[in-house]
Design a protein. Structure first.
Length: 591
């Protein structure tokens, strides 16, 4: 089929100002002459392209929204939204998580506005403000005690929730009613439920702090009656019991802390000398946690000492006869005197004289006392006793020894030093091992730093070994493409590129095709003028066009012979040069 394309058709003469009008008319005529389905698709495509372009522009210019709070639990959401709206702060709600998002630039101002309006996250616990409410006249004592207990529980829960690792807490108090009978007295108890942040835990010291806090807040509450449980059901207060495993854990922690303290001392003494990453030091401490008590008593027999001496010298003489109650056995009358059968000398006479009677001489005359001039009496019997008691003490020493737990029994320190780096006059670096004197100085420094004691069996070892070149992965700086500002720039650039591709790759070819800008594409896709005559079948209903600066559509064969003839006459009258060129092309094609 011959082509009906005319490349050298003469331009239509006219005023320069009529060119835009002709362009608009051609654009509208081309759209009106298209099939209805193609017109709808074209309009939908144009609208979709424009909508996508606007969406990309808005996406590239969309501000960074951040959550106002991590959670709105315990807050009045409506009050929060009203406060933000009154402050002209834009916000929107994330549909999946329900978080309230505001612009990153307005985040601090929004929180300040909420704080000024009295809107703040709360844990929902009711404290002593419950007692500020008006109580009815007929409120019973039970209700008053219950309100006080609820208030105390809320205050304790707020205090426990203020700890760093605790997200929320609940406290339950069991306070029995007081009784006047001692045998019916019961002690109060308490239970604490703590909700921890994900990935966090409470140490034994923190659990002990919670137990003491609750125990000292309730009268007569013993620490053993306080139970602490986390949200996973773990009994945390069990860690406070002095079990063997708990003691072993405490001893292990104490050992690690002491080793860390000694290692830090080594770092402090070697770092200024050797520099960072030029040495490695490790300390191992052996500790004795056994509790030993001993008591010893020693005597020195070579050094006796007189401690005390007691002497008793007793002499007793009776100047009276027996006395007492008559009839007593100790007060018997003397027996009857018996006259001697024979008379003896003075000794016999003196022996017969009773005590207290006048003494007589051998002649029977009384013996007179020259001092008093009175007759001398026979002496009464007398007792004499001497007693001496001496107490001696030996040199004695008593010692009571109680060894402290965690006593350091042995210390081992190992230090490895890298080769020294030397820089020559040319700026070149070289490595050389440390000398024996340098290592000896380092050893003395380490010994003095850790408190070396040779009698205890301590050992300090300092050796020189060159370090490996690859010392592990080093933490690199954050790359530029991981910075937040980089993705903002990328988003802007992608938006601009997408708009350019949409305009020059989609909209411009479509408009050129409609207005006749694509000459060759329109000519190849349409039918020639010569195929209009005598053509029937599958292409009989197609329109034909004449190519040129502006394509002219001719009626299809189905519109009738008269319509086709009138269209050709009008074409010949309007542009005879183009028609002549078309006829010339037909003749050349037939040849």
């Amino acid at each position: 089929m011959a082509e009906a394309v005319v490349d050298n058709a003469p331009a239509k003469s006219g005023a320069p100002g009529s060119k835009p009008a002709r362009f608009n008319m051609a654009f509208l005529e081309n759209i009106s002459q298209m099939p209805m389905l193609r017109q709808v698709g074209l309009l939908v495509g144009l609208a979709a392209s424009v909508a996508i372009g606007f969406a990309v522009v808005l996406w590239s210019q969309q501000p960074d929204y951040r959550p106002l709070y991590g959670s709105l639990a315990g807050m009045d959401t409506k009050q929060v939204m009203d406060t933000l709206a009154s402050a002209d702060i834009p916000y929107h709600v994330e549909p999946n998580s329900g978080a309230l998002l505001v612009k990153a630039d307005d985040l601090s101002r929004a929180r300040l506005k909420l704080a000024a309006a009295g809107v703040a996250p709360s844990d929902g616990n009711v404290g002593f403000e419950l007692l500020d409410k008006e109580q009815g006249l007929g409120t019973s004592q039970f209700m008053e005690a219950t309100r006080y207990r609820r208030s105390l529980e809320g205050e304790l829960a707020r205090t426990v929730s203020s700890l760093n690792n605790v997200k929320a807490a609940r406290v339950h108090l069991a306070i029995p009613k007081s009784s006047v009978f001692v045998r019916d007295e019961r002690k109060p108890s308490a239970s604490v439920l703590v909700e921890l942040y994900p990935g966090r835990s409470l140490e034994a010291g923190q659990v002990m702090a919670i137990v003491n806090l609750v125990a000292t807040s309730v009268p007569e509450l013993d620490k053993s009656q306080v139970t602490v449980v986390d949200q996973r059901g773990n009994l945390l207060s069990e860690q406070l019991q002095d079990t063997a495993l708990t003691m072993a854990g405490k001893q292990f922690d104490y050992s690690r802390r002491m080793e860390g303290m000694l290692t830090q001392r080594v770092h402090n003494i070697l770092q200024p000398v050797l520099g960072n990453d030029r040495y490695k030091a490790e300390v191992s401490a052996d500790l004795d946690f056994s509790a030993v008590e001993s008591t010893s008593e020693q005597f020195n027999p070579d050094q006796p000492a007189l401690r005390s001496e007691q002497a008793v010298n007793e002499q007793r003489a009776s100047s009276q006869g027996p006395q007492g109650v008559p009839g007593a056995l100790s007060n018997q009358p003397p027996g009857p005197a018996s006259a001697p059968q024979t008379t003896g000398g003075a000794a016999g006479a003196a022996a017969a004289i009773q005590p207290g009677q006048p003494l007589v001489d051998a002649n029977g005359q009384q013996i007179m006392d020259p001092a008093t001039g009175q007759p001398m009496l026979a002496p009464y019997p007398s007792d004499k006793r001497e007693q001496t008691t001496k107490n001696f003490e030996l040199d004695r020493s008593i010692s009571h020894t109680r060894q402290q737990q965690g006593r350091l029994t042995r210390l081992s320190v190992a230090v490895v030093v890298d080769d020294q780096v030397k820089v020559d006059a040319n700026g070149e670096t070289s490595r050389a091992p440390w000398g024996a004197e340098d290592l000896a100085r380092f050893t003395r420094l380490v010994q003095d730093a850790v408190g070396f004691d040779a009698s205890r069996g301590d050992s300090v070892t300092v050796i020189n070994v060159p370090f490996a070149a690859d010392r592990g992965e080093e933490i690199a700086d954050i790359a530029f493409y991981q910075q937040p500002w980089f993705w903002d720039i990328v988003k802007q650039v992608l938006g601009v590129l997408f708009i350019l591709v949409l305009v020059f790759g989609v909209l411009r070819p479509v408009l050129n095709n409609i207005t006749g800008g694509g000459k060759q594409a329109a000519t190849d896709s349409d039918m020639e003028l010569g195929g209009m005559i005598g053509l029937d079948g599958e292409l009989a209903s197609d329109r034909v066009s004449l190519g040129g600066p502006s394509s002219i559509l001719l009626p299809s064969p189905t519109e009738g012979y008269e319509a086709q003839l009138n269209a050709i006459k009008g074409l010949v009258a309007e542009d005879p040069g183009r028609v002549a060129q078309v006829v010339k092309e037909w003749i050349n094609a037939d040849e």
